[in-house]
Design a protein around this ligand. Structure first.
Ligand SMILES: Cc1ncc(COP(=O)(O)O)c(C=O)c1O
Length: 370
């Protein structure tokens, strides 16, 4: 069975985990510090802290920006649920806008139109393959004095105009879930602009605790517990070293998809990756009815041929939580079309180009015109 996503673990990583387990230091310790330093170096030396997931990183990012009740955060409905949920969790209001059909980048004209006196931040999501105009997004935010929290969960290793995502801007968050470009089992990172914000992240990820000069502890804010273990951090250190090779392999597989997927009206491929874009997923849009299929029947047909698929993403504004804010069907045509038509084909570093060709042949077989 070809899974649509899976992590790659080498023996050195497994050995590294064994060493940490034998060291008797399992929770946050020297490996976390080392991992944060290595990550920071990959993000242009910006202060970087690790947490237990990208979702935790987004929650903390919102808190670092002081966002809470009465505030609005503009975000793309075409995203994973984390951004919406964390905006709601800190007591703010998610304000959804549509995205570009190909790049899935947040629609900047709609962002500008959605700004009100209550708007505090823009929270865009980046999608693998091609990025939108990130410079224009930051310029817009600067004009309106808004914070920007980049949900970069899927695009670690992507570059915008020669600079790695995370190495510029305001705040960026990353995911190390096993389906991502690199993993720590579960985990995430938050990259901030200065050491003061990094210190606040440290407080917010660990009970709100601050150490007082007399050695006792105060709790300055009622915070949760999101610190990463050294076991996860050592996996991250090994994965980070392998990341360039893993990304190059993914890019080769994506190129193979472009070469071998059949050119069919009704099958929409992602935009050809702009140079230096990472490929976490390979998502296509399919007009299933044109081929006598529904999405479930298409996915079942591939499943029968030993090919797993995924779906990214549903429309956030049409979830039960989204609808509580008055959103309804018909508001964001691109997001809603993606939600109806998207399917994620297998793409991970354990695959070979022959695996990709096998998937392409299978897709062509299943999508014979009805
Ligand atoms: C765009 C995006 N943001 C955030 C997340 C959440 O990541 P995590 O599972 O590390 O919380 C995901 C997970 O798939 C994602 O796709």
């Amino acid at each position: 069975m070809l899974k649509f996503a899976q992590p790659t673990m080498d023996e050195a990583t497994i050995q590294g985990v064994v060493e940490v387990l034998r060291s008797n230091w399992l929770a946050s310790g020297p490996k976390v510090t080392e991992f944060e330093a290595a990550l920071s170096a990959s993000f242009g030396s910006r202060p970087t802290r690790v947490v237990t997931s990208a979702t935790a990183a987004i929650e903390i990012a919102l808190q670092v920006c002081g966002i809470g009740p009465g505030d609005e955060v503009i975000t793309s409905s075409q995203s994973f649920f984390s951004a919406m949920n964390m905006i709601v969790k800190v007591g703010a209001t998610p304000v959804f806008v549509d995205c570009d059909l190909d790049t899935r980048f947040i629609d900047l004209a709609q962002v500008e139109a959605a700004i009100t006196p209550h708007t505090k931040a823009i929270l865009p999501t980046y999608f693998p393959g091609a990025l939108g105009d990130i410079s224009a997004l930051h310029a817009l935010a600067r004009r309106h004095r808004l914070r920007v929290i980049e949900d970069a969960a899927l695009v670690q290793g992507s570059y915008w105009q020669g600079q790695p995502i995370g190495s510029f801007g305001d705040i960026a968050t990353f995911s190390f879930h096993p389906n991502k470009n690199m993993t720590t089992i579960e985990g995430g990172a938050i990259v901030v602009a200065d050491e003061d914000q990094a210190r606040l992240v440290e407080v917010l990820r660990f009970h709100g605790i601050e150490r007082l000069p007399d050695g006792t502890r105060d709790v300055s804010v009622a915070a949760g517990k999101f610190n990463m273990s050294d076991v996860s951090a050592v996996i991250g250190l090994h994965q980070l070293r392998q990341l360039p090779a893993l990304l190059a392999h993914r890019a080769e597989l994506a190129a193979c998809y472009f070469q071998h997927l059949p050119a069919l009206p009704g099958l929409r491929l992602p935009p050809h990756g702009t140079p230096q874009q990472s490929w976490n997923m390979f998502n296509v849009l399919i007009s299933y009815e044109q081929f006598g299929h529904t999405r479930p029947s298409f996915r079942a047909a591939l499943q029968e041929m030993g090919i797993g698929t995924g779906m990214s993403y549903e429309a956030c504004h049409l979830t039960s939580v989204g609808k509580q804010y008055g959103y309804h069907e018909g508001q964001f045509p691109n997001t809603e079309r993606i939600a109806r038509e998207t399917v994620t084909l297998p793409l991970h570093a354990a695959m070979t180009p022959t695996d990709v060709q096998h998937v392409c042949t299978a897709v062509g077989h299943v999508l014979r015109p009805a």
